[in-house]
Design a protein around this ligand. Sequence first.
Ligand code: COA
Length: 335
Amino acid sequence: MKSAVIAGVGSYLPPRLVTNDDLAARLDTSDEWIRTRTGMSVRHVVEPGGATSDLAVEAGRRALESAGGGGADVVVLATTTPDRQVPPTAPEIASRLGLGTVAAFDLSAACAGFLYGLAGAAGLIATGAAERVLLIGADAFTTMVDPDDRGTVVLFGDAAGAVLLRAGEAAEPGAVGLPVLGSDGSLADLIQVPAGGSRSRSSGPPSKQPDPMDVYFKMNGRETFRHAVQRMSQASREAVERAGWELGDVDRLGAHQANLRILAAVADELGFEPERQLTNIAEVGNTAAASLPTLLAMSAADGSLRAGHRVLLTAFGGGLSWGAATLTWPDVVVG
Ligand code: COA
C-alpha cells in the first residue's frame, strides 16, 4: 500500500499587517494584554475584498514549485472561510493554478482541517485514486470575526499553507503516519458562527430570523482553552504510540498556533522543552486551517525544522474536532 509523502511545501501571508497597537488604538485592549494572554504581536490580514482563494492559490503555487513542478490529481482545500457558501472554493483554486479539470473539494474541520486533510489525502493515495494531492490549509478568519469584539478579533490572522503529497513508501522521509483524529459534537456550541447555515436560513416569521450579529464568530475562550490542551495532548500521545515512537524521540512538536499559553500547557503535559517546539504565533496569530502548514513552511525556511527531524503535529478546533500525526521531515526546498 502506498503512503502519502510530502514532496513540496509553501505558505503565503498577505502583506497587510495589524499590530497589537493598531487594535489597542480602537478597542479597549492593550499590547501588553494581548502579548501576555496570547503570545501574539502582529497578524497578517487580507485586503478589503480579498478572500481565502487569493491566499490559497499563492500557497498552492509555492508548494507545487517546491515539489519541482508538475501538477496534482486532486486539490483539497481545508477551510472554514470558503469564498462563498456555494460553490466550493477548491475548484476555483485548481483552475487558477492551471490544473485544469482535476478533482477538487473543500474540507471543513475548522482548525483541525489540515490533519483531516492529511488523512483524506493518505486515503486517496493508498487506494490508488490519486498519485499526487495538493493539500492546502487556508483561512481568511478576519473576514468572519466581529471587528468590535476584543475577545476574538485580537486572536486571528489570515494565511495559507500547502503541501504537495505524492505516492511513496512508508519508510521514506516525508511519509505521513496515519493521523489520529477525533471529534465531540456535544460541544458544538463552544466555537461557532450561528448564522449562514441551513439552521438559520429558514423562511419563517421575523421572530425566527437570525440576529444580525450571528454572522460573526463566537467562542467560549476559557472552555475552549481547557479542551484544546486536553485533546491535543491525548491525540499526540496516541499518534506517537501509533508510530512506534516515544515522546522523547520527537525532535519537533508542531501544534496548532491558537494561543502561546495553550502551546506551553501542551508542551508541559508532554514534556517538551522550548527548543523542541515550533512556533510562529507572535508573527501570524491563529490562522485556523492554515496554522500547521504555515508553521511547517516557515519553520523549514528559517531552519528550526530540518531534514531528518521527527515531527509530531497536533491541532484542535471547532466541532469540536482534533487530531495528531507524525512524520520525518523530508529534504525539501520551501517554495
Ligand atoms: N483585551 C483586554 N481584555 C480582554 C480582552 C482583550 N483583547 N479579551 C478579553 N478580555 C477580558 C475579558 O473581558 C475578561 O474581563 P473580565 O474579567 O472583566 O470579565 C478578562 O479579560 C479575562 O477574560 P478571559 O476570557 O477569562 O481571558 P483568558 O485568560 O481566558 O484569555 C483567550 C482569553 C480568548 C485569549 C483565551 O481564553 C484563549 O486563548 N482561549 C482559547 C482560544 C482558542 O484557542 N480558540 C481557537 C481554537 S481553534
